[in-house]
Write a protein that binds this ligand. Structure first.
Ligand SMILES: [Zn+2]
Length: 333
């Protein structure tokens, strides 16, 4: 279903623009994107801390109107809307099943609400799934049809594309790579209710927690002086050779490598794309990650897979959303 950029636009006289919005718990980011993946206009604002879903709908409509005024300059009209949310989405029905960071949307039929107001087709998607599509369309996975995308941010997200099709699963909940168990014995408690998930070892939150936990064993570490630790700070300390930071990224790399080896053995993908802020620490965890992959993945799929950093950065979700918006209009299917 997912085809290359050239086939996406082939034969289309004027596919126009898709209004793509990335509705995070903190920020609402939006952009108009054309069929070549070019972003024409973007905006960013705080997500309304709304008690009612209507306020979110208003914010999205206002953002679209602002984009439309810009598009009036000649870049084409907005033909569809695509919204990505951090949570479980029923794509076919356009319903947000559960979005822990935007709880007023739980159970809300957002696609129908937007379509009713704007008279244009609308689609919803989970943010990590959209990021995987974005990386395949415009990022590290360009031209490939079977890739897995792992996003290492505040949490750990995942998206799986098999034979050109986003694998959403029976309930739209597939791809929760962050909640793959990697430590069954005494594993750290996860926000999902389980223990020992990849997320509690490989997210930015986990990097900070593991640093605090290990700090007493490293009295000489420069990371003792700061109370407000961030994963960025820990990464910078690691670059300067701080033993505590190096140990934390070693552990993180080991757990991530175990998770990737599982994905490689089960899915046999052409590429695993790793995105999110924690990727800044790549040089500190890469060796440990790859060592686990070498030890645990079967040789044949391990030889076939490339493990690369994501290329689209914060725009992966918006670009994936845009692609899905074009697909919704039958422009690539
Ligand atoms: Zn979990």
């Amino acid at each position: 279903m997912i085809e290359s950029k050239s086939s996406l636009v082939a034969g289309q006289s004027n596919p126009g623009l898709v209004f793509a919005a990335d509705l995070g718990g903190t920020h609402l980011r939006a952009a108009t994107v054309d069929a070549n993946g070019k972003i024409h206009f973007r905006l960013k604002q705080n997500t309304p801390q709304a008690e009612k879903a209507d306020e979110i709908v208003r914010a999205l409509i206002q953002a679209l109107r602002a984009s439309e005024e810009q598009a009036a300059g000649g870049t084409g009209s907005i033909s569809a809307l695509s919204v990505v949310v951090p949570g479980t989405v029923n794509v076919e029905e356009g319903v947000i099943v559960k979005a822990p960071n935007v709880p007023c949307l739980d159970g809300f039929r957002l696609a129908a609400a937007l379509e009713g107001e704007l008279r244009r087709p609308a689609i919803l998607e989970n943010d990590a799934n959209a990021a995987a599509v974005g990386e395949m369309w415009q990022g590290a996975g360009r031209g490939l049809s079977s890739i897995v995308c792992v996003t290492l941010g505040t949490g750990v997200g995942g998206g799986i594309i098999l034979d050109g099709k986003l694998w959403r699963g029976v309930d739209g909940s597939a791809g929760e790579i962050g909640h793959m168990g990697v430590d069954p014995f005494g594993g750290v408690a996860c926000t999902c209710g389980s223990r020992g998930c990849l997320e509690v070892y490989a997210s930015a939150t986990a990097i900070v927690r593991m640093t605090r936990e290990a700090r007493p064993r490293y009295p000489d570490s420069a990371l003792h002086t700061s109370e407000q630790l961030t994963s960025e700070q820990i990464y910078n300390a690691g670059l300067e050779g701080d033993e505590l930071a190096l140990e934390v990224f070693r552990r993180m790399g080991v757990y991530l490598g175990i998770g990737l080896a599982n994905l490689i053995n089960i899915i046999n993908p052409r590429m695993i794309v790793i995105g999110g802020g924690v990727v800044n620490g790549w040089s500190l965890f890469e060796k440990h990650m790859l060592q686990q992959v070498a030890e645990r993945a079967f040789p044949l799929p391990a030889r076939s897979v490339k493990i690369l950093k994501a290329e689209c950065g914060d725009d992966a979700g918006l670009l994936g959303a845009a692609w899905l918006g074009f697909a919704l209009q039958g422009r690539s299917l």
